[in-house]
Design a protein around this ligand. Structure first.
Ligand code: BG6
Length: 489
C-alpha cells in the first residue's frame, strides 16, 4: 500500500531559470536570454533589433518582424543571465537536495551550452564537462538525474536565422544535440524528457517563429513531434535502459455545468490544449479529430518521407506532466478569467486562488492522474507541482512557509489515493523550483517555490546565499517515510 518502494521523490528546475552563467564556459545565447524581467502586471518582453538597427521590445509570444533578431538591451535586466546561479553553486545545492533525501533531481540541459549556435557539428567540450560534473555530484549521493532536453528555449541563432522550429533543419540540429548528450551521459542519466510543456510552447522565446497563424503553428509543432520521436528512437538505440518521456502541462478542466454544450466544449478544449500532444507522442500518430480539423481549416502539414514511421517508432516510455491548477470550460463567451500556468483560465467559484491568481485544486491531481492513466496506460511522473508564494525571512533567519507545506501535503494525499485506490502507476514526484529560481511567467524572484531560499531579489540583487525553509524539514520527513507522514508538524 502507499507509494511504491522505489518511488522517485525529488524536485525540479530548468536551466533558463536556475543555471545562470549565460556567457561562461563557451555558452551561446539562448532565446531566454533576451526576455526581460516582468511582474504579475507587467508582461515580460523580448528585446529585438529591427532591420534598421533600432532596438525595441515586443510581447514575448508575438511574432517578430521580418529581419529582426533578438538582442540584449542595456536598459533592461534579464533574469536568466545569472538566475540563481546553479552554475557556481551546484555542489552546495546538490548537497542540500541530498540532505532532504532526494532520490532524483529534475534539471534541464541548456542546448546553447552544448552547441552555442545550434548548427555546429562538434559540441562544446566545456559545456559537456559542466553537466558531467553535475551528474557525478548527483550520483555521488545516489540521486538519479531526470533530464529535460529542451525546457522552452533554443539557441538564439536558430531563432534569428532559421525561424526556430518552423525550419525543418532545426529538427536535425536538435537530433545532433541529442546524439551528443545521449552518448556522453549514457551511463549517468537514465530518465529523459524531450520538450517541457510541449503543449504550451509558443512565441519567439520558444517556437521562435515569425508568424502565429494555425498553419505556421502546426507546422512547427509537427517538427517538435518528429524531433521528439527521433530523440526517443536514438536514445533507445544508445542505451536500451533509457526511459524517455514526453512532458505536458496538464491543465485539468471541468465543464461549467452539465449542459451538453458545456460538456462538449470541455471535450474540444481538452483535446486542443493537451490530449492532441499526448495522443501523438503516446500513440505514434495524429488523432482523427485533428486530421479532420486540418481538413476543415485547410491546414496542410508538410511532412518528409518517413515522418509517419518515425512518430510510430518514437512513442514515449512515460508521461511527465506539470500540475498546478485546473480550469473550467464553458460554451459561454463572457466568462470571467484568472491567471494560471502560462495561460489564463476561467475562474472556478469553488476554488481558492494563490497570490498570483492560480486556482488551487488538490483533488484535481487525482482526477488528472486517472484521466491520463485510463487513456494511455503508461507510467506517469508528476514532474512539476507547487505553490508560487512570496516568503518572509524572519529576524532569526527562519522562513515559516506553512502555506507551501499545506499545498504540497494536500496534493501528495491525493496522489497517494490515486496509487492506492485507483491503481495508477505513478513513478515519481518532483515539486517545481525545489531551490528558489526565477519565475518563468513573471520573471520575478519573489514568486518562490523552493524548499531552499535563495537570497536574490527581482532586480538580481542579493548574496545568492542558500537557507533552509520550514518546508525543507517537512519534505525531508515526507521522503524518509516514503509519503506516509505528510503531517504539518
Ligand atoms: C511551468 C514551467 O510552466 O511552470 C516552469 O515548466 C515554470 O518553467 C513553472 O517556472 C511555474 O510557473 P511560473 O510562471 O510561476 O514560474
Amino acid at each position: 500500500m502507499g507509494f511504491p518502494k522505489n518511488f522517485l521523490w525529488g524536485g525540479a528546475t530548468a536551466a533558463n531559470q536556475y543555471e545562470g552563467g549565460y556567457n561562461l564556459g563557451g555558452r551561446g545565447l539562448a532565446t531566454s536570454d533576451i526576455i526581460t524581467e516582468g511582474s504579475l502586471n507587467i508582461p515580460r518582453k523580448a528585446s529585438i533589433r529591427l532591420i534598421d538597427g533600432t532596438v525595441t521590445s515586443i510581447g514575448r509570444h508575438d511574432p517578430i518582424p521580418e529581419g529582426a533578431v533578438g538582442c540584449i538591451d542595456d536598459n533592461y535586466y534579464y533574469p536568466s543571465h545569472v538566475a540563481t546561479d546553479f552554475y557556481h553553486h551546484y555542489k552546495e545545492d546538490i548537497a542540500l537536495l541530498a540532505e532532504m533525501g532526494f532520490k532524483c533531481f529534475r534539471m534541464s540541459i541548456s542546448w546553447s551550452r552544448i552547441f552555442p549556435k545550434g548548427d555546429e557539428t562538434t559540441p562544446n567540450e566545456e559545456g559537456l564537462k559542466f553537466y558531467d560534473d553535475v551528474f557525478d555530484e548527483c550520483l555521488k549521493y545516489g540521486i538519479e538525474p531526470v533530464v529535460t532536453i529542451c525546457h522552452f528555449d533554443i539557441p538564439k541563432y536558430l531563432a534569428d536565422e532559421m525561424d526556430g522550429w518552423l525550419d525543418r533543419r532545426v529538427v536535425d540540429y536538435f537530433t545532433n544535440y541529442c546524439e551528443a548528450i545521449f552518448k556522453r551521459y549514457k551511463n549517468k542519466v537514465k530518465y529523459w524528457m524531450t520538450f517541457n510543456e510541449i503543449n504550451l510552447l509558443n512565441g519567439y522565446a520558444t517556437l521562435g517563429t515569425r508568424k502565429t497563424d494555425d498553419q505556421t503553428r502546426y507546422q512547427a509543432i509537427h517538427h517538435l513531434f518528429v524531433a521528439s520521436a527521433k530523440a526517443v528512437k536514438l536514445g533507445h538505440e544508445t542505451n536500451p535502459d533509457f526511459k524517455i518521456g514526453m512532458m505536458v502541462a496538464y491543465i485539468l478542466s471541468y465543464p461549467e455545468t452539465c449542459k451538453p454544450e458545456d460538456v462538449q466544449e470541455d471535450l474540444f478544449a481538452s483535446r486542443d490544449l493537451k490530449y492532441f500532444f499526448c495522443d501523438v507522442q503516446c500513440r505514434g500518430y495524429y488523432p482523427a479529430y485533428k486530421l479532420k480539423e486540418f481538413e476543415r481549416k485547410g491546414i496542410i502539414i508538410k511532412k518528409e518521407q518517413g515522418d509517419d514511421e518515425i512518430l510510430k517508432e518514437g512513442v514515449v516510455d512515460y508521461i511527465g506532466f506539470s500540475y498546478y491548477n485546473s480550469s473550467v470550460s464553458s460554451a459561454r463567451k463572457d466568462t470571467e478569467t484568472t491567471e494560471g500556468n502560462v495561460i489564463r483560465v476561467m475562474k472556478n467559484k469553488y476554488l481558492k486562488e494563490s497570490d498570483w491568481g492560480w486556482p488551487i485544486d488538490p483533488l484535481g491531481v487525482r482526477t488528472s492522474l486517472n484521466y491520463l492513466y485510463d487513456r494511455y496506460e503508461l507510467p506517469l511522473f508528476i514532474v512539476e507541482n507547487g505553490l508560487g508564494a512570496s516568503d518572509t525571512v524572519e529576524e532569526d533567519g527562519s522562513i515559516n512557509d506553512d502555506y507551501r507545506i499545506e499545498y504540497l501535503r494536500d496534493h501528495i494525499a491525493e496522489m497517494k489515493k490515486a496509487i492506492e485506490l485507483d491503481g495508477v502507476d505513478l513513478i515519481g514526484y518532483t515539486p517545481w523550483g525545489c531551490i528558489d529560481l526565477v519565475s518563468a511567467g513573471t520573471g520575478e524572484m519573489k514568486k518562490r517555490y523552493g524548499f531552499v531560499y535563495v537570497d536574490m531579489d527581482d532586480k538580481g540583487k542579493g548574496t545568492l546565499n542558500r537557507s533552509r525553509k520550514k518546508s525543507f524539514y517537512w519534505y525531508k520527513k515526507v521522503i524518509s517515510t516514503n509519503g506516509e507522514d505528510i503531517s504539518l508538524e
